[in-house]
Design a protein around this ligand. Structure first.
Ligand code: GDP
Length: 440
């Protein structure tokens, strides 16, 4: 995320580190570099200039020149100002109305349908809501089908009517259906065009007036840079929406939209989309985002993801097995699956302070565990449950079955033995037990 901006900011701070003494001259130089980095990331010159002016005031107020660690003082000022620029604190959805109505608006291709699904999934999981998805794109039958596919994936009902060409009517019928059937959240996916046009704006305004959503969310592709900001403004003029969902932050996006939408439309970014899968949605936290942009990682989000995926019952079961020294390959597979549910490995690594940069040029397989899994799956159920059975000839058979070298099987066996030993030791040391416990 924001690799280029991260690199440039780091270089900007380097100006300070390179000098033995910090002077007003090299602070000014650093700030100029920061401004340039922001403009390159698609932040408008005006906002970038205001930004560095504020940082300068704050940093000088904090006596950056006489401080023992001027780099840190300046970094902190940049971080705080970035968080402020992005809205300061996270903004939650207002779901007090029953049913809560959420209207999704945005251009075609911005990720509306995908994010209608992600949001439905999020509400279903986090807030234990009964969610109805509504397909209101009357121009593209494929869009309706796409929403049905998404609904099926996450187990959420989709309301649609391919014969009906009146989106306001569809939305109202969907609401009646929701009320009659005990749905407490309704997410309406609307049609988008390739560019803003009067007809589209009139249509979404009509739907907005008819259903009176509690949350109208503007969905925008972060890759479109300054255009994203301009479109955000145009939609806000018509809809006066509640918040923004910024999508495709997993791509090679420069960061300008994330940094400036808030200050241009004065509406919070509520969620960010970080992938095509249904769980690639994060609540937007300005401070954490600032930390990530500055390469400081985001341990809080990492821990939250771990907690979300954490399965208490499974952990207790595994703990018992470890206590009895019975941790086997089936348990191992189970643990791998829990980790995988947390998301893309590279993305996870990026949340660890300092790791993002290190990982940048490493081609980490999206599915780093595939090889290990193939080997375990090539074992018989008996072998998985009782790893001691696995002798030389069995190893050969397992390697052939998994299409791997015998060395790889040997290595896995060795690692597994070491891990079991360590788990036992940790068990002995009391309290913290094994991988399962470490995931907490
Ligand atoms: P809509 O026309 O606004 O409904 O957009 P879609 O939901 O159909 O998304 C357009 C394309 O962008 C699809 O191929 C999605 O898979 C992809 N997409 C949507 N959100 C994300 C995201 O957060 N990250 C990535 N990498 N792709 C996304």
């Amino acid at each position: 995320m924001f690799d280029n901006l991260q690199d440039k900011l780091e270089k900007a701070f380097h100006v300070l580190k390179g000098h033995g003494q910090v002077s007003e001259v090299n602070v000014a130089e650093t700030l100029k570099e920061i401004r340039r980095a922001l403009v390159d990331a698609d932040v408008s010159f005006k906002i970038a200039k205001e930004f560095t002016n504020t940082v300068k005031e704050k940093a000088l107020g904090a006596d950056v020149l006489t401080s023992l660690k001027p780099g840190q003082v300046l970094t902190k000022a940049v971080r705080d100002e970035m968080a402020t620029l992005m809205g300061g604190t996270a903004s939650d959805l207002d779901l007090s109305q029953k049913p809560s109505i959420i209207l999704m608006a945005g251009l075609q291709g911005s990720g509306k349908t995908t994010h209608s699904g992600k949001l439905a999934n999020y509400l279903k999981r986090k807030k234990t809501r009964k969610v109805l998805l509504v397909a209101c794109d009357v121009y593209r039958p494929a869009a309706i089908d796409q929403l049905h596919v998404v609904g099926e994936q996450i187990g959420v009902e989709v309301f649609s009517d391919k014969e009906n060409k009146n989106p306001v009517d569809i939305a109202q019928k969907a609401l009646a259906h929701a009320k009659a059937n005990g749905f407490n959240a309704v997410i309406i996916d609307t049609a988008g065009r390739l560019a803003i046009d009067e007809e589209m704006m009139a249509e979404i305004r009509d739907i907005h007036q008819a259903v009176k959503p509690q949350e109208t969310l503007f969905v925008v592709d972060s890759m479109t840079g300054q255009d994203a900001v301009n479109t955000a403004k145009a939609f806000n003029d018509v809809l006066d929406y509640e918040g923004v969902i910024l999508t495709k932050l997993d791509g090679d996006t420069r960061g300008g939209a994330a940094l400036t939408i808030r200050s241009v439309v004065n509406k919070p970014i509520k969620f960010i989309g970080t992938g095509e899968k249904m769980d690639a949605l994060d609540v937007f936290h300005p401070t954490r985002m600032a930390d990530r942009i500055l390469g400081m990682g985001d341990v809080v989000s990492l821990v939250e993801r771990a907690q979300e995926q954490f399965d208490e019952d499974e952990a207790r079961r595994v703990q018992k097995k470890i206590a009895k020294n019975q941790f086997d390959f089936d348990d191992f597979l189970g643990q791998i699956n829990q980790i995988r549910k947390m998301g893309n490995m590279k993305d996870l690594m990026g949340m660890i302070p300092g790791m993002g940069k290190m990982m940048k040029n490493i081609d980490l397989d999206d599915d780093a565990f595939k090889g290990v899994e193939a080997i375990i799956q090539s074992m018989t159920p008996d072998e998985r449950a009782n790893p001691k059975l696995i002798n030389g000839s069995r190893r050969k058979r397992i390697a052939a079955g998994a299409g791997k070298d015998i060395q790889e099987v040997n290595q896995l066996m060795k690692q597994f033995a070491e891990m079991s030993k360590m788990m036992k030791m940790m068990q002995g040391a009391g309290g913290r037990r094994g991988m399962a416990q470490m995931m907490r």
